[in-house]
Ligand binder design. Sequence first.
Ligand code: ASP
Length: 314
Amino acid sequence: MSDKPVKPVLVIHGGAGAITREESTPEKIRERREALLASLKAGYAVLKQGGSALDAVEQAVLSMEDCPLFNCGRGACLTSEGTIEHDASIMDGRTRAAGALSGSRRVRNPISAARAIMERTPHIHLTGDGVELFAREQGLALAPEWYFYTPERLEALRRIQAAKGQPFVLSEKDRHGTVGAVARDADGNLAAATSTGGYANKLPGRVGDSAHIGAGTFADNATVAASGTGHGETFMRVVMGHRLSDLVELTGQSLDEAATAVINDIGRFGATGGLIAVDARGGAVMKFNSPGMYRGIAEDDTFKVAIFGDEEVS
Ligand code: ASP
């Protein structure tokens, strides 16, 4: 790696899936673009002030957790029992320190709790009631369950359950909206963060890739920082983030080539999804094999977003 200073960059996703123009209204597209821009601005402001990649990814994800349009924090998908179960994880490329949580029901910003687990416990992953207990002890903001519910998610659950009449049905259309962020700061440090409600109509207790270090989230200064979105079971089988890191480290592939190979792996298992990643040398990628992925990049003080597959970020 050269000693040349690297320029800071932040890349975000707001979920990959069956996102098509036919199903979108100009109003919805505008709202989403604005929400992506708000996230980019929140995260990039940190980098601009010389802050760390870790702070930047947390701020970018926080912004989307507070926005009801995404499948995380407020506005997360509901389980088959109509409950909220958040998954989230964060990783610091400087040290490979990591924090994660699953089945969290009351923590207002799961990504901040994941970071607190990383920094204030000897553990990496807390689940279920343990998350709330920890969050209370640490003085992290909690919210009543109704805070997380939106009419759209309730309606999606009702529609899926009415259509199939089965307890567990995956719907491509109703599962996108997981969020993630990856960043490289002015010191060349990398970080990654991911946050989600999982799938609409998932079984209570189901944990996806977004809570799994190495699968949904990974960061190592020596290789890459990555965050995924899509069919979580497949991302776990492929071990997306770590696989990407290994390909870059062991095969000498560029970030772009390695990311394409990993998305091809996801496709080989018959699944769809996407990933965002940065490396320490200046690379940044947004790859997906689904019709669309909410995505954006901030670098050189410019902010660019895109939604559909055939669209350039602008
Ligand atoms: N990967 C997420 C999960 O499996 C869902 C998504 O990204 O759409 O929980």
